[in-house]
Design a protein around this ligand. Structure first.
Ligand code: AMP
Length: 572
């Protein structure tokens, strides 16, 4: 298909033309679908499309998607045959969703990977010559009632022809990445990375939450990993034959020197900078730390050397791939994603800064305005037309003719116990204030979520936090929970919440004192396991910013170690 182009300059200079072309192709293919027929009566006219086809959310089109998944023909929604379904993480919205898909999505991944690789090589010398230690996990692929594969995007891609033809320089052989047992896979991927430590130029995982989990896993298993390296054998509990075969080649025999080194580094009291110590040639940490993932920045900065840039490379979802961060050295708070106009057809609804009240006009990709906030709409090659993505983005600039966006937050994630409405961005600001307070202590934040507790009168905000001691951080017993520091955290968080919150809080009868509930170490891993057991993929897992349902809440509640409350109302 001539649609795929990998020349960044050409793509971004001709954004308008390419977007027009993408829409023409989609409408020509889809004009006679049952879905579009009702609005366009078979026409593929672009203006008519914008006038007549409604903006929809997933729930609106779910009945059509379900019909195809249940065996009715693809052309209910898409002229291009549907060949697979993607399972979205569902951790942001709470519900698992399935999206129709086909090879065009995989071609788009190839395009994006090619451009990303060129960008990384431009900024990091010798990047192409080294290896990436990128933790990816396989999620079982099931089938829809009509027999089409159903799995998370990355797993589905890993199984595709397109993945096989992609140039890769990963420390982990495909056979290990494809191992369905997460624990065995994680263990083996770490072993592969340790054995090839001198070649590793980047350490990463799709989302920061996963990378932090891997580092915690390393904390529990480094002695065993070192033993395996010392004797040149993989532990017996790793039973997956493909993993064992791949590793026996990579281990290549006993390596006591490397084993000593791993033991020396991991055996130190503090794990500060452990990633850079174990992988000294790593030039960056390649993982998404924007949006809800920003909560993992302090932990990653602690575990990695402070000079190692945290690179959020990509912005994408199961509906469409959007774009790339072309300036990987930018600090996380200054990351913007440049949309690639050949991925899908994009429109944008102008939304208020708070993204909640009014929604303005809908504009094309090239017509967004600098500084404005938008929710993207996707029209893709697999049957979605003007579908809301549920994210809020802000235009930060243009690369050639193509806009760049900062990820602001998920649209609907708000916490409210009275008349105030607290957005995900507000929560991240509060979290940043808490982090500043924690920095002066021996504690580090490694997990965070919140909950609007309206069982108390008045209702109040509860923040679940998993904390670790920066030194000797292996046991809860050592956690130096200083009442003064944690109360100060509560107060700092309240002070940085928005005006409506502070006003309602100042009248104690509207909102009660903000509470921090410190949970045991490993609780956020259990939370992830809970969501994974419900069908989420680990690779795409994002810790929910807020918890609304009882079951995940119970995972947290069962592990509460201590509670702290703010001891004064914040200034208005
Ligand atoms: P999924 O469909 O499960 O892959 O989830 C897609 C969602 O993940 C997006 O709509 C965003 O809310 C979030 N997401 C993806 N990439 C990023 C990113 N680079 N920064 C922040 N959030 C992201």
């Amino acid at each position: 298909m001539s649609r795929v182009g990998c020349d960044l300059e050409e793509l971004t200079s001709n954004a308008k033309h390419i977007q027009d072309d993408v829409l023409t192709k989609i409408l020509k293919a889809d004009a006679n679908t049952e879905y579009l027929q009702q609005f366009l009566q078979g026409s593929s006219d672009k203006e008519l499309f914008k006038k007549n086809v409604p903006v929809v959310s997933y729930e609106d089109v779910k009945p059509y998607i379900d019909r195809v998944a249940n065996g009715e023909p693809s052309d209910i929604i898409s002229g291009n045959p549907i060949t697979a379904f993607f399972l979205s993480s569902g951790t942001s919205s709470g519900n698992l969703k399935i999206f129709p898909s086909n090879n065009i999505y995989y071609e788009n991944i190839q395009t994006i990977c090619t451009i990303a690789s060129v960008t990384m090589s431009k900024y990091f010398d010798g990047f192409k010559q080294g290896k990436e230690m990128r933790f990816t996990f396989f999620h079982p692929i099931s089938t829809t009632p009509c027999g089409l594969p159903l799995g998370p995007v990355m797993t589905s891609f890993t199984k595709s022809e397109h993945y096989r033809s992609l140039a890769k320089n990963s420390t982990s052989p495909d056979k290990i990445i494809l191992c369905p047992d997460t624990k065995q896979s994680m263990y083996c991927q770490l072993l592969c990375g340790l054995v090839q430590r001198d070649e590793v130029v980047s350490v990463g995982a799709m989302f920061a939450s996963v990378l932090v989990q891997v580092i915690h896993f390393l904390e529990s298993y480094w002695k065993e990993l070192a033993n395996n390296i010392r004797c040149g054998h993989v532990s017996e509990w790793v039973t997956d034959l493909s993993c064992r075969d791949s590793l026996s080649i990579l281990l290549g025999g006993p390596n006591p020197e490397l084993a000593d080194l791993v033991e020396n580094e991991c055996g130190q009291k503090s794990w500060q900078g452990i990633v850079s110590r174990l992988w000294p040639k790593a030039k960056c940490i390649d993982t998404i730390v924007t949006g809800t993932m920003a909560q993992y920045i302090p932990a990653l900065e602690f575990y990695c050397s402070s000079e190692l840039p945290l690179v959020s490379k990509l912005y994408a979802c199961s509906e469409a791939l959007f774009g790339l961060n072309l300036e990987p050295l930018n600090k996380p708070q200054h990351v913007s994603y440049t949309f690639l106009p050949n991925m899908s057809y994009f429109e944008f609804i102008d939304v208020d800064v708070d993204g909640l009240t009014t929604e303005g006009e809908i504009v094309d990709l090239v017509n967004v305005k600098l500084g404005h906030y938008y929710e993207p709409l996707v029209t893709n090659f697999s049957g979605l037309h003007r579908c809301r993505v549920g994210d809020v983005l802000q235009v930060t600039g243009f690369y050639n003719m193509t806009p760049q966006f900062r990820f602001v937050r998920r649209k609907n994630t708000v916490l409210s116990v009275y008349a105030e409405s607290t957005t995900e961005e507000d929560l991240l600001k509060a979290l940043a204030s808490a982090t500043v307070v924690l920095e002066s202590s021996d504690l580090m934040l490694t997990g965070f979520t919140c909950y609007a507790d309206i069982s108390t009168v008045p209702g109040h905000y509860v923040f679940y936090m998993e904390l670790r001691a920066k030194v000797n951080n292996n046991s809860n017993n050592d956690l130096p929970l200083d009442n003064k520091v944690l109360v100060e955290c509560c107060c700092a968080m309240e002070e940085s919440l928005n005006g409506a919150y502070r006003l309602s809080r100042s009248k104690d009868e509207h909102i009660g004192a903000l509470e921090i509930r410190v949970v045991q170490q490993g609780t956020f891993d259990s939370l992830m396991e809970f969501y994974v057991s419900r069908g989420s993929s680990i690779t795409q897992y994002k810790t929910p910013m807020c918890i609304i349902s009882a079951e995940p809440l119970k995972v947290l509640e069962d592990n509460v170690l201590a509670r702290f409350f703010s001891d004064k109302s914040p200034p208005i």
